[in-house]
Structure formats: structure tokens, C-alpha cells
Write a protein that binds this ligand. Structure first.
Ligand SMILES: [Zn+2]
Length: 318
């Protein structure tokens, strides 16, 4: 038994230690040693993951056994820094769509804060179309920092490599905060959301995109659903996302299926994979189509008159 090498944790949403296993890979990661696991971190052949359990109290789907912080740092260090900025049309279109959605209801003034902006497609939309006075970008991959500077188009900006520490940002100054596929990588999402909330000004908006473990895609793909992986210590659904944000004292929570653009050949490969067909490439054009498939976009706000009062549950949308 090698599980003692790993972190043992309670539910990241409500703190309960009562949960039942719901999804596991053929080789449960928690039964393998850390060293035996190393080749699978970025490997493609077989995908073992830590088993996901459903919390009996709140319904959160999370890994009660997961890597320790030092193990995660060790694994990321081993990965070659990602130098290629994937600039395909599908990614650009998807990220532009996210910004357009935020712009419909968020005030585009004050500070702009993004955790994990990657190549900065949303940053450049925000610099071009928003009235932001400062950009705070938390991105551990230093290889993309130059691209991020370019994306801010000369606006005042600070680039920081530590996503866990937002202390450089003055409290109550941020108009729009953005986290795209970040929250499901975080060991303590509640602590991170509380930090972000403190940085938002009254009426400020947080936009989050995550996978949805209650999506049709997850039901169809079952254990092969790609977000069940070593990189995700928990996965969300609209209910658990809303509850988590309420615990972090956010209000005006809106959750909807997000529009994502996918290259057609990529989709075909995934369908083949779900059906158990081993295919390396598909003889299809790499054209993109937009689908509401497997992801949720969440908007949450700090009330204009910020109070400590918990938020009424009827404000959540599934
Ligand atoms: Zn729970």
C-alpha cells in the first residue's frame, strides 16, 4: 500500500470526510507509488487517475487522495515548458466568445485580473475592447510572458508566476477577474475564490470556465471522459459550482453551458476514442464548429453594496 505518499483530504467544498467512490481508472493512481506514476503525468498511452468520490453532504466530485503540492511542483518541473502558442482558429474563437459573454454584463473598468491566461487571447480582447486601467496576469509558464505583454497592448500590466498568491493586487480594485480551466486544477478552490473576491471591487465580476461532470459528454464517454485525469483534483457541475461561489460570498451567480469551437477532425478522434476505436488521425478537414459541449461558463459578482450576508440559493441557475 503506497497511498501514504499522497495527500489525503476532505471535501474541498464543505469539508466533509464522508464520500463514495464514483469513478476510477483501471489502475487506481492512489494504489500506485509516486515514482511508478511519473511516466503517466504527460503520457498518452494509458491514463490512470486518482479515483473520484462524491461527497455525501454536498455532492462535490473530488479525489480524496491526491498529489501533495511538492509532488505537483516536481511533475510540472519535469515537463518541458510549453513554447508553442497554439494559435488555432478554434481556440481564438472560443476565447473571444468568452470575453464577449463577460462584456454583456460585466463592467469593463478598473483592474483586469486573470489566473492562467496562457497565450492571452482574452487579455488582448480586454485590452482592445475594455476600459481597464491595469492588467494583473498570474501565469506560471514564463515562456508565454512575452506574448502576454504584447496582448496587453501597452496598458499598465504586471505579470506574476505564482497563481496561489494574489497579494500584489490591491483589494477592491478589480472590475473583471477571469479563470479559464483553472479552478479544477486547484487543491483548495474555496481559498482561491476568497482571494479573488477580495480583489474585486463592488459590482466586480468573476468569470469561470470549467468542465461539467454532469454534462451529456461525460455521460456518453463515462470513465473515458478526458477531464478525469491526474491534473484535476476535483471536477464541477452547475450545483457544486454555485455552492462553492456562495461559500466564497459571491452573489448574482449565473451558470450556462459555454460555446466551444472544436476542429472537426479533433471531434472525430474523440468520438472514435469514446467508442474504443484506436485512431491516430482522421482524414477530415481541420475546420471548426461551435458546440455547447461539456463545459460550463459561470459569472459571479460582488454585490454593489458588499455585505457578509450569505447569498440566497434561488439566485443560482443550472
Ligand atoms: Zn462536500
Amino acid at each position: 500500500m503506497t497511498g501514504h505518499e499522497f495527500l489525503h483530504r476532505t471535501c474541498p467544498l464543505c469539508g466533509s470526510s464522508q464520500a463514495h467512490e464514483e469513478v476510477h481508472s483501471r489502475h487506481r493512481t492512489e494504489t500506485l507509488g509516486f515514482e511508478a506514476l511519473r511516466p503517466f503525468w504527460s503520457g498518452l498511452k494509458e491514463k490512470p487517475f486518482f479515483s473520484y468520490h462524491r461527497c455525501d453532504s454536498c455532492g462535490m466530485l473530488f479525489c480524496p487522495v491526491y498529489f501533495r503540492d511538492a509532488q505537483i511542483a516536481d511533475l510540472y518541473e519535469e515537463m518541458a515548458p510549453n513554447m508553442d502558442i497554439v494559435d488555432n482558429d478554434a481556440i481564438v474563437a472560443t476565447q473571444r466568445g468568452y470575453f464577449a459573454r463577460a462584456a454583456q454584463s460585466a463592467s469593463l473598468a478598473g483592474g483586469y485580473l486573470e489566473i492562467g491566461p496562457d497565450a492571452g487571447h482574452i487579455v488582448s480582447e480586454a485590452a482592445r475592447h475594455g476600459g481597464f486601467d491595469h492588467f494583473w496576469l498570474f501565469e506560471p509558464n514564463r515562456a508565454v510572458h512575452d506574448a502576454l505583454r504584447i496582448a496587453t497592448a501597452g496598458k499598465p500590466a504586471m505579470l506574476l508566476p505564482d497563481m496561489q498568491n494574489l497579494s500584489a493586487v490591491p483589494d477592491g480594485t478589480v472590475g473583471l477577474a477571469v479563470m479559464i480551466h483553472v479552478l479544477d486544477h486547484v487543491l483548495d478552490p474555496l481559498a482561491m475564490l476568497k482571494q479573488v473576491r477580495a480583489k474585486l471591487r463592488p459590482d466586480g465580476t468573476l468569470m469561470i470556465v470549467t468542465h461539467n461532470e454532469k454534462s451529456l459528454l461525460r455521460r456518453v464517454m463515462g470513465v473515458r471522459w478526458p477531464p478525469f485525469c491526474l491534473q484535476h483534483p476535483e471536477v464541477y457541475n452547475p450545483d457544486t459550482m454555485a455552492m462553492l461561489l456562495q461559500r466564497a460570498a459571491f452573489a448574482g451567480i449565473e451558470i450556462e453551458r459555454s460555446l466551444n469551437y472544436f476542429p472537426i477532425d479533433f471531434l472525430a478522434l474523440n468520438v472514435a476514442w469514446a467508442l474504443g476505436i484506436k485512431a491516430k488521425a482522421m482524414p477530415l478537414p481541420a475546420k471548426s464548429i461551435g458546440l455547447r459541449l461539456g463545459n460550463i461558463l459561470t459569472l459571479a459578482r460582488v454585490p454593489a453594496q458588499a455585505t457578509q450576508r450569505p447569498v440566497a440559493t434561488h439566485e443560482t441557475a443550472a
